[in-house]
Every structure is written in C-alpha cells, then in structure tokens.
Design a protein around this ligand. Structure first.
Ligand code: 5GP
Ligand code: ZN
Length: 136
C-alpha cells in the first residue's frame, strides 16, 4: 500500500534496523522499544488486521516468527509476543505486525495482564456459543 509506513520499511524505501528478512516477512527493531531488542515482524504484503489474512498467508510468516523468536529467547530471559488489531486494542500502525518483546529481570513491566474477575459464566458461555457457530 502506497502510503503505509510499514510497507515502505519492508520494501526498504524507509530505512530501519533490519533484524531478518525472507520472501514473505520483514523484521526490524521498534523505533520506540518497550525493551532492548523489541522487534516487529510484518508481512511484506499489506494487511490491516490479522483477520484479513488467510491461513497460507499466516503460515508464510511462521519462519520469520520462529527464527526471530529463537534469537530473542537466546538474548533475553523470556518474551512477550503481542499483536494489536484496531485502535481499541492499541493498534497505531494499520499494517499487521507482531511485537516480539524480550523480557529481562527487573525491567519494570508487568508479568501478565490484569485478570477480569467480574466476567460471569453467562457472558463466557454466550461468547463461546457465538464463536463456535461462527467457526463452523
Ligand atoms: P502498534 O501500536 O500499532 O501495535 O505498534 C506500532 C509500533 O510501531 C510501535 O511500537 C511504534 O514504536 C513502532 N513504529 C511506528 N513507526 C515506526 C517507524 O517508522 N519505524 C520503526 N522502526 N518503528 C515504528
Ligand atoms: Zn502496509
């Protein structure tokens, strides 16, 4: 996509600190890292959110995710993989990307998300019924 910043990074039109590249995916250091080594992996083809991708297109990214994950895990103590879709989920750049965030002792980030203790059995069951019928 012409005006997309991550398309431009993946094609090399905008410079980045490249970590890894193959035919389908491009990985580079985040410009405003959450930790040292925070890496983004993007598909070279433009998709705004993950639900626009087919299983084949997702599978095409698996090699990049495998390779970079292994590198990050070697160089840190653990890792969070985040993938935001739409503004409500914190997506700022509308081109699918996986955040690989290395974790270090004492890095000040929370180890896990806050649990919602007020979700009822009915709410969970209603979601379950709907998603199962959608996935049929
Ligand atoms: P989102 O919030 O959309 O999931 O994440 C977008 C990420 O892209 C942010 O972590 C932000 O720091 C990073 N980012 C935005 N623009 C650029 C850029 O031009 N270069 C690089 N390397 N990272 C960027
Ligand atoms: Zn794009």
């Amino acid at each position: 996509m012409k005006e997309c910043i991550f398309c431009k990074i993946a094609s090399g039109d905008i410079p980045s600190k490249k970590v890894y590249e193959d035919v389908h995916a491009f990985a580079f250091l985040d410009a405003e890292p959450l930790n040292i080594g925070h890496t983004l992996i993007v598909p070279k083809k433009h998709f705004e959110t993950i639900d626009e991708m087919s299983s084949k297109e997702l599978a095409n990214m698996s090699k990049a995710i495998e390779k970079v994950s292994k590198g990050v895990m070697k160089l840190s103590e653990g890792m969070n993989i985040l993938q935001n879709n739409n503004k409500i989920a914190g997506q700022v750049v509308p081109h699918v990307h996986f955040h690989l965030v290395p974790r270090y002792s004492g890095d000040g980030h929370v180890p896990e998300w806050g649990r919602k203790h007020n979700i009822t059995e009915d709410q969970s069951n209603e979601f379950l019924r709907k998603i199962k019928s959608f996935l049929k």
